[in-house]
Design a protein around this ligand. Structure first.
Ligand code: SF4
Length: 360
């Protein structure tokens, strides 16, 4: 993050819109000066990210980080950060990190009144589904997802009419409305197991066409899909990866199953974000290329400086809407709150819980 991305803020007092609940109270916008005290109190956090954040940027970030961490305590809030969040968020203000489902499940165990979701909107909805009594905030409500927006609940109802009796498995990267129309949810790590759990010849696996194609290579079940794509993973090409391999002898290519099949064909390993992280930690390759959103490599690089990460940088514009200043605003003003229609929420939660129960 550059200095230009963080605008200086003056001290203001903001009324808390949820103060009528009795659990919350108004707070003042903290000072954002980089003082000796701020430097001292954040020094241990800079140690975590010093290999991936230049020292010149720290005086801009540190006051936000301190203010967010202080306010988090005052509000009894937890911050969930997806693996694709930038290192200053992932390593310096987050309480729980992981993929979207891990985040929502871990948040259930947290003794907190407020969840701040540093990720995209469908993740915040999933957190709300699994934590209905907690206030869920997203620092920028415009943080969407090309996969989630590729399909609606009405589309799923039409698919059911067209394929009567065919079970519908929905990727967690969807809206609550779509989850509510589904038999069960899946993640990229359990999709094969979920598809096979029905014992049927044919299953609809939506909305990610490439994940469905990958699942089809791992099972005898006939997979029907949808034309949804992740705008980050669909941009990778096999030619690009082969060129990186040629220029970097010994390079291990680790791909996410949202990538096109030609990309998965040239990868040494394919797995979910947590699977990819596990692969790097277990195998410690000298050189690795993670075929996914590029902040994930930065986040692992901060922990594993011994691995040389070759980074073709495909950023998710939706994930990058979440910044330190917006997280602070979210905690000061308690915005933007994510809600799900209770009728939709009950059915969507059932689809998620069926998957969770299958795993346990
Ligand atoms: S990386 Fe892809 S799947 Fe994830 S939020 Fe961005 S667009 Fe959606």
């Amino acid at each position: 993050m550059s200095q230009g991305q963080i605008a200086a803020k003056s001290e203001t007092t903001t009324a808390n819109r949820s103060s009528d609940t009795g659990r919350f109270w108004p707070v003042a916008m903290p000072s954002l000066e980089y003082t000796d005290a701020v430097a001292r109190e954040t020094a241990h956090l800079y140690e975590r990210v010093k290999d991936v954040i230049p020292a010149i940027e720290w005086p801009v970030m540190a006051p936000y980080i301190k203010a967010i961490n202080d306010l988090k305590e005052q509000r009894n809030a937890v911050i969930l950060a997806h693996n694709y969040q930038t290192p200053e968020i992932f390593h310096c203000v987050a309480d729980i990190v992981g993929d979207s489902l891990q985040l929502a499940q871990e948040a259930v165990k947290a003794d907190a009144d407020i969840i701040v979701q540093c990720g995209v909107h469908f993740m915040a909805e999933t957190s709300k589904l699994l934590n209905p009594d907690k206030m869920v905030l997203i620092p920028d409500e415009r943080a969407g997802c090309s996969l989630a927006s590729s399909i609606t609940g009405a589309d799923v109802r039409l698919l059911r009419e067209r394929y009567p009796g065919v079970p519908v498995v929905t990727y967690v990267n969807t809206s609550a409305d779509v989850k509510a129309e589904s038999d069960i949810c899946c993640t990229s790590s359990n999709a094969v197991e979920v598809v096979e759990s029905f014992g049927k010849d044919t299953v609809l696996c939506i909305p990610d066409e490439y994940l469905a194609k990958y699942v089809a290579t791992q099972t005898d079940v006939k997979i029907l899909s949808w034309k949804g794509h992740c705008e980050v993973h669909e941009r990778f090409t096999a030619d690009e990866l082969n060129a990186y391999r040629e220029a970097n002898p010994g390079l291990e290519i680790i791909a996410h199953p949202e990538c096109p099949p030609e990309v998965i064909d040239v990868a040494d390993f394919t797995g979910s974000t947590s699977g990819m992280i596990g692969y790097v930690k277990d195998n410690k390759p000298a050189k690795a290329l993670l075929v996914t959103e590029c902040s994930m490599a930065s986040n692992i690089a901060a922990e594993m400086p011994e691995v040389d990460f070759v980074q073709p940088c495909n950023l998710c514009p939706h994930m990058k809407r979440i910044t330190l200043p917006k997280i602070l605003d979210s905690l000061v003003e308690l915005k933007d709150e994510v809600t799900v229609d209770p009728l939709v929420a009950d059915r969507a939660r059932e689809a998620v819980e069926r998957m969770v129960n299958l795993r346990s």
